[in-house]
Ligand binder design. Structure first.
Ligand SMILES: O=C(O)c1ccccc1NCC(=O)[C@H](O)[C@H](O)COP(=O)(O)O
Length: 524
């Protein structure tokens, strides 16, 4: 017979009990014991952190006169209250979409039984956004009851963790809060009523989320946040509203009350056009369309400073010196140093204050291109290497004061982080799978593999660009090989590259000048 006097556990109590068991199992598994996790943290295997508080203060509207709240966008496949929501979600792809839509935080549910999440999801979400110039913070959204889960979170790439006041005895809450801070992570402290808010404030929490959902009975009351707003007024606290938010009206009400961030799961997971949905929900401005920039020109094989100056005056943006003893264009270190000195003395960078456009979310190569364009210094000096050693590259950069280097496939990826200037990686047209890999080379040169005059397959190069960086940004490439005064207009029409490359053959600049003139004529 069932004992009807015995109180049924709430969902929060049930999840707590299961997570306590899960933590014990993980702690007693060889390889993931607390000592193992501590050793891995001591080896600095956890990726670098970003601070939650300052990241939460930045969003696509934060420079406007009346900024809207920031977004904590949640990856939520399922939930105890709704069951399956979006089971086929790819956490990495979803994270990238959120990041490029302007989210300040990506909240990843890592609980497997009711929410169908995992630490792997969180790790992949982190990896997917890692190379973005202003990546969102990663929140481990979990039922945290033990320091072990916080250490695990940090190791797997979290910048912050959730602490639910309703679930933790006050001394546990205090200990977990302090432990999270000791690992550099300011937690998101979740409350649901005034008593819990007092506890969170007493803790000194800087980021407090009011959950509109009562985690014991699933009831969502959108007034929960509004009722607690006054308790944080005049305090150095970022107040966030969590749960049940699905319309611009919901956000507008919170904005007027001084709520600085909203955490949204289900509504985002069900949106068909996530970016448009987010912009409308938060009333963020449309991203400014990329201003059409003139196509850049790189002139390679330069050996003569006077020639370089004339070509720069004629519009060359990048002047490349070849370091390849098998090439006729090879330049010695001494010659390169002298040429570099002359070019540097002649170039006059604009000293007027930089016009810095507002930071808008964009993927890696697009951001590198934009940053280079913003330098305003022309021409930039490139060192082009064939089969170099790393010390060769480093010494040449130092002696010839190069602004960029160009390397071919012989250079291992692992060297690139050791090269102190941006790297252009040369890809042969049939072998372009890695062109848009983020976080390594800053620029991609796609070589059509044809010498001037022969027919070039422009369609293949167009496909590389259209394959898209992070799906929808055209991949900015430097198009090289077989470009002539005759086919440059067609190359612009069919491929629309960010930059094109030509070379000075046998020290004669005539062709390059003609090429630059043809580029000028062909630019739309
Ligand atoms: O969402 C649930 O059903 C739930 C049940 C029990 C404990 C926690 C639960 N959700 C966690 C959350 O706090 C939400 O995922 C989060 O605030 C986003 O809410 P929503 O925008 O309503 O998906």
């Amino acid at each position: 017979m069932t004992d009807t006097t015995k109180k049924q556990p709430t969902i929060l109590e049930t999840i707590y009990a299961q997570r306590a068991k899960d933590v014990e199992a993980a702690k007693s598994t060889a390889g993931t014991t607390p000592d193992d996790i501590a050793a891995l943290l001591a080896m600095h295997l956890a990726p670098p952190l970003i601070p939650l508080v300052s990241r939460l203060k930045r969003n696509p509207s934060s420079n406007s006169a009346s900024p809207s709240p920031s977004l904590m966008a949640e990856i939520k496949r399922a939930s105890p209250s709704k069951g399956p929501i979006a089971m086929s979600t790819n956490a990495a792809a979803q994270a990238l979409t959120y990041a490029l839509s302007g989210a300040s935080v990506i909240s990843v549910l890592t609980e497997p039984t009711w929410f169908k999440g995992s630490l792997l999801d969180m790790r992949l979400a982190r990896q997917a956004v890692d190379a973005l110039p202003d990546r969102p913070a990663i929140l481990r959204k979990e039922f945290i009851l033990d320091e072990y889960q916080i250490a695990e979170a940090r190791l797997h790439g979290a910048d912050t963790v959730l602490l639910i006041v309703a679930m933790l005895p006050p001394e546990r809450l205090t200990a977990l809060y302090a432990y999270s801070l000791s690992l550099g992570m300011e937690p998101l402290v979740e409350v649901n009523n005034a008593r819990e808010m007092e506890l969170a404030l007493a803790l000194g929490a800087k980021v407090i989320g009011v959950n509109n959902r009562n985690l014991h009975d699933f009831q969502v009351d959108m007034g929960t946040t509004s009722r607690l707003v006054d308790m944080v007024k005049e305090r150095d606290v970022i107040l966030c509203a969590l749960s049940g938010i699905s319309s611009p009206k919901d956000v507008q009400v919170y904005k007027e009350q001084g709520v600085r961030a909203v955490l949204i799961g289900e509504a985002l997971m069900r949106a068909t056009d996530t970016s448009a949905f987010i912009r409308n929900l938060l009333q963020w401005p449309e991203p400014e369309p990329e201003k059409k920039q003139r196509t850049w020109v790189m002139v390679s094989g330069m050996k003569d400073a006077k020639q370089a100056k004339l070509l720069a005056e004629a519009g060359a943006d990048l002047i490349s010196l070849t370091f390849d003893s098998n090439s006729e264009s090879n330049i010695t270190l001494e010659e390169a140093a002298a040429l570099s000195k002359e070019i540097r003395a002649q170039r006059s960078p604009s000293l007027s204050p930089a016009t810095t456009p507002p930071l808008s979310p964009s993927p890696w190569l697009t951001a590198q291109k934009r940053n280079l364009q913003l330098t305003g210094v022309r021409p930039l000096l490139v060192g082009t290497f064939r089969s170099p050693t790393l010390p060769d590259i480093l010494r040449t950069i130092a002696v010839a004061q190069l602004d960029l280097v160009q390397v071919d496939e012989s250079v291992p990826d692992g060297w690139i982080p050791h090269i102190p200037v941006p790297v252009i990686r040369r890809f042969k047209i049939g072998n372009t799978a890695e062109v848009s890999r983020p976080g390594l080379h800053s620029f991609a040169l796609v070589d059509l593999g044809v010498n001037g005059g022969n027919a070039v397959d422009l369609k293949k190069a167009a496909e590389v660009i259209q394959a898209g960086e992070a799906a929808k940004w055209p991949v900015p490439i430097i198009l090289s090989g077989g470009l002539t005064t005759q086919n440059i207009r067609e190359a612009f029409e069919v491929v629309a590259p960010w930059a094109v490359e030509t070379s000075v053959e046998k020290g004669l600049a005539g062709d390059a000048h003609d090429f630059l003139a043809a580029v000028k004529g062909a630019r739309q």
